[in-house]
Design a protein around this ligand. Structure first.
Ligand code: SAH
Ligand code: SF4
Length: 379
């Protein structure tokens, strides 16, 4: 692990040939196979070179083969002619007044999505997208309102992490899948991305959070893998009659079923679960919902994370509750012994809410040549 990662932004302007196969997203053994098949490396050397290259890519967040100092110059050049490292380019970079960086990225096909770097005093976290858009149609969510385009592959997921790591002078030790998309609907790529983050980047599974809207069969499958990742459920109301009205998923897997699957996950993995709870004025913030929520989580190691609604224009005219109503809801939970946190809100001035920025951007994004150099992304 490098002791110090320089903050680098020069890679924005690299002329990357997005038409070449990229190495980000491949496991070390897959990189070895690529090297062998390319004919650039002798068979007996391939294993050692794959180990070096994967270290540069995943642990040092290298943007170019040129950076790989312990790889012979001739091989670096030959590799650069056949492969790219990352499949992604930065379309836009925004930095908020409170030091949140948001990147809008793409692989040259017009599908833009976003990832966010969140530095805290004691750690640095990042928020990654798993899909371009989302098919789940939650009515409060900019991503959901924009509809679904496609799944991201493991390379596109890892590349987000690595780009953010390049921006961060400190190690990005935490990952949350709370960007665009429903990670459990992109299960295979998610599992591969989790394995790469753990095996190649070196992150602890315990520092990775997967947030789901509640795809019950996939929660069960995740539980079966035994991976000690942190699972969060976007519940947003304990009542079917309320949840039904703004989260279509609830008609398929209602509250009791999804909360049951989450509790089972907690029991089998020994990991605390998080219940995310969106506070929408007069819809989800009533005290009877707080009381019911407390009943639901009772006896399960859990934390309820309150998220006051971030403004998105909706047909329903959803609004954020006043501070006093948020406080009352929180007190009601706490008085019933629930562990409560409240999402620390950051990055307001760069539209850090899920999918907002990419949504804004999609319409304006002109399909570009895959090899074009980018302007230094604007802040
Ligand atoms: N699809 C997954 C993960 C991505 S959304 C999920 O739904 O859990 C990440 C979180 O952002 C979810 O808890 C989601 O409910 C929340 N979110 C979406 N739109 C929001 C908004 N307008 N204001 C606040 N939180 C929002
Ligand atoms: Fe999709 Fe999550 Fe947004 Fe719902 S909240 S539409 S599941 S991204």
């Amino acid at each position: 692990m490098p002791s110090r990662l320089e903050s680098r932004t020069d890679w924005y302007n690299l002329k990357v040939n997005l038409g070449l196969p990229s190495l980000v997203g491949l496991r070390r053994d897959e990189i070895q196979t690529e090297l062998q098949n390319s004919g650039l490396v002798a068979e007996k050397e391939a294993r050692m070179r794959a180990a070096q290259i994967s270290r540069w890519i995943y642990q040092k967040a290298a943007a170019e083969f040129l950076e790989m100092k312990d790889v012979p110059a001739s091989l670096r050049e030959a590799l650069a002619a056949k492969f790219t490292i990352s499949p992604l380019q930065v379309e836009r970079h925004l930095r908020s007044s409170d030091d949140v960086d948001k990147l809008l990225v793409h692989r040259g096909d017009g599908d833009v999505y976003e990832c966010v770097l969140l530095p805290y005093e004691n750690r640095v976290s990042c928020c990654l997208s798993s899909q371009v858009g989302c098919p789940m149609g939650c009515k409060f969510c900019a991503t959901g309102i924009g509809g679904f385009t496609r799944n991201l592959d493991a390379g596109e997921i890892l590349a987000q992490y690595l780009m953010l790591q390049r921006l961060s002078p400190r190690r990005v030790g935490h990952v949350v899948f709370m960007g665009m998309g429903e990670p459990l609907l992109n299960f295979e790529a998610l599992l591969k991305a989790l394995a790469l983050l753990h095996d190649e980047v070196g992150l602890s599974y315990r520092h990775i959070t997967v947030s789901t809207v509640g795809i019950v069969p996939k929660i069960k499958e995740l539980t079966k893998t035994g991976l000690p990742i942190h699972l969060a459920l976007s519940l947003h109301s304990p009542f079917d009659r309320v949840r039904d009205t703004f989260m279509p998923v609830n008609k398929r897997w209602p509250v009791a079923e999804v909360v049951g699957a989450m509790k089972d996950h907690a029991r089998k993995t020994g990991r605390k679960i998080t219940i995310e709870y969106l506070l929408i004025d007069r819809l989800t913030d009533s005290l009877d919902q707080a009381a019911e929520l407390a009943k639901l989580v009772k006896g399960t190691p859990s934390v309820v994370n309150l998220i006051p609604f971030n403004y998105v224009m909706t047909d329903e005219g959803f609004r954020r509750p006043e501070v006093g109503r948020v406080r009352s809801f929180r007190r009601e939970l706490e008085s019933r012994g629930v562990n409560v946190t409240q999402r620390v809100e950051r990055g307001h001035d760069i539209a850090a809410a899920c999918g907002q920025l990419a949504g804004e951007h999609q319409g304006r994004f002109a399909r570009r040549e895959s090899t074009s150099a980018l302007p230094l992304a604007s802040a």
